[in-house]
Design a protein around this ligand. Structure first.
Ligand SMILES: Nc1ncnc2c1ncn2[C@@H]1O[C@H](COP(=O)(O)OP(=O)(O)OP(=O)(O)O)[C@@H](O)[C@H]1O
Length: 243
């Protein structure tokens, strides 16, 4: 069953159509890469799903009940289970890894968690820290972490909200080769339980994710399928890869 269905979305900025009748679905669990040239509409797509930008037309249907997310506030959409990781890490540098995670767990307003009672916060903190590979660094100040580790910490803070869908913007940017490999492994692991959508320019990274790829161009889906499928598509080569 699809978790997210983007259905006929269009949005114009000052007469320019940034998103043009965009439709596609995301399953749960699933790992999906979204690629495309600059200005293709990748960020605008994430802005629409998270409630930051309201489209002129179309629907964004969510979950079993096909709830339309359009018109809902950013916080309501986050509470419904949509988590977004921006490119730049926004962890609290003066706080320890443990404090950052603890704050995120405390701020958890997931109605599901409230309804059914939360597991012990300390156990959750340990579980998340282990998942993101920072269990051995819980006492470290976040500001002392490497760029890659800060990104993982922020992913951990998102996990504290128990999202069903994670939107991740260019996770590999600025990472060392080793950090990239670990990030690939982390995203693949997360995608066994969550829907994970990764917007990425780095085709080597996308190839290693080894997942379904959606290629956006001029605000619509140009191609979709395996990495091999889309990278052999002449139109994709023409507008994106061949440049
Ligand atoms: N608030 C806005 N006002 C005016 N134009 C906008 C606004 N937001 C986006 N656009 C335009 O919409 C188009 C799509 O932009 P978007 O940022 O979604 O592309 P992108 O695929 O994320 O590009 P990049 O890979 O460079 O991040 C671009 O031409 C951009 O200039």
């Amino acid at each position: 069953m699809s978790l997210l269905e983007v259905d006929g979305i269009s949005v114009s900025f000052d007469g320019f159509r940034a998103i043009n009748n965009l439709s596609f679905t995301i399953e749960e669990p699933e790992l999906r890469a979204v690629i495309g040239p600059n200005g293709a509409g990748k960020t605008t797509f994430m802005d629409i799903v998270t409630g930051k930008t309201r489209p002129d037309t179309g629907k964004v249907l969510w979950g079993e009940d096909n709830l339309n997310l359009i018109g809902r506030s950013e916080s309501a959409i986050a509470r419904a289970g949509v988590g977004r990781k921006f490119q730049k890490p926004t962890v609290f540098e003066d706080q320890s890894v443990r404090e950052n995670l603890a704050m995120a767990i405390k701020g958890d307003r997931n109605p599901f968690a409230v309804l059914f009672g939360r597991r012990d916060d300390a156990a959750r903190l340990t579980e998340i820290a282990t998942e993101i590979g920072l269990f051995g660094r819980l006492g470290r100040k976040a500001g002392e972490l490497s760029h890659g580790q800060k990104q993982w910490l922020e992913i951990g803070m998102l996990l504290a909200q128990e999202p069903r869908l994670l939107l991740v913007d260019e996770p590999a940017a600025g990472m060392t080769p080793e950090e990239r490999t670990q990030t690939t492994d982390l995203l693949k692991r997360l995608a066994t339980r969550h829907a994970v959508v990764v917007v990425e320019h780095d085709m080597d990274f996308v190839r290693r994710l080894d997942c379904r790829v959606t290629v956006l161009h001029e605000g619509r889906v140009l191609a979709e399928g395996s990495v091999d499928h889309v990278t052999q598509n002449p139109e994709v080569i023409d507008v994106y890869l061949g440049r």
